[in-house]
Unconditional design. Structure first.
Length: 225
């Protein structure tokens, strides 16, 4: 590594003289490879800088790959980074809309989501156990996802299809899986008879819920919001 660094530094003048030309070449080649793919501008330019550096110095020092081969490698890394960044942005938009739904009174704790402090849990992803209680949030996704889509359209956000959103959420590192038989309150009260009188009591729905590490989400869905 030291040897390569010394070689690069010895060609500093050549690098400065030819870098702009290499940058233009790389932009042209990369755009041809990307075709109609939509890439975040910041990511595209950052990778062009890296590849252009490789292209500039290729004739001056011994490198492990030819430019054409390295371009294919960098192309796949660029696509991967862009995909991960997009996924992260879309998930952030989802949780932002969920926070908005709570502030606007469109979702409620215990009806649409609930919290739990536990040291272990079993979901469809497996068993998880911690030394200290972890604060988890159970999401009644059958209710929340349609509300997210409706509100997202009203806010002119880029609303994801249900299957795409579920895929992103289920591949989030803060996701622990679906938990069976989670009890959520219903909006409507249930009429029951006690001692000959009709009284209203809460009713419940038992369903699957998506489970997340609440603190790691860095959102606020508490009643003080």
């Amino acid at each position: 590594m030291t040897h390569i660094t010394e070689q690069i530094l010895s060609e500093r003048a050549y690098f400065k003289e030819h870098f702009d030309e290499s940058y233009t070449t790389v932009m042209t080649d990369l755009n041809k490879m990307l075709g109609q793919a939509i890439i975040e501008d910041r990511i595209f330019k950052n990778w062009c800088m890296i590849i252009a550096s490789y292209h500039t110095i290729q004739s001056k020092i011994e490198l492990p790959y030819k430019y054409s081969d390295s371009l294919k490698i960098f192309y796949h890394l660029l696509i991967q980074q862009n995909s991960e960044t997009k996924k992260g942005n879309e998930i952030s938009i989802f949780w932002g809309i969920v926070e908005y739904l709570l502030r606007d009174g469109l979702i409620q704790e215990d009806i649409d989501f609930k919290f739990d402090f536990i040291t272990k849990i079993e979901t469809d992803k497996g068993s998880f156990e911690w030394n200290q209680p972890k604060e988890l949030i159970y999401i009644n996704h059958a209710r929340i996802i349609p509300l997210y889509r409706k509100q997202g359209y009203q806010m002119k956000e880029n609303v994801l299809p249900v299957k795409t959103l579920e895929y992103y959420l289920m591949n989030d590192k803060r996701y622990f899986g679906r938990k069976a038989s989670v009890r959520f309150k219903n909006n409507a009260l249930k009429d029951t008879t006690e001692m000959g009188a009709t009284v209203q009591k809460p009713s419940y729905t038992v369903t699957k819920a998506m489970v997340f590490d609440y603190r790691a989400l860095d959102i606020n869905l508490t009643s003080e919001l």
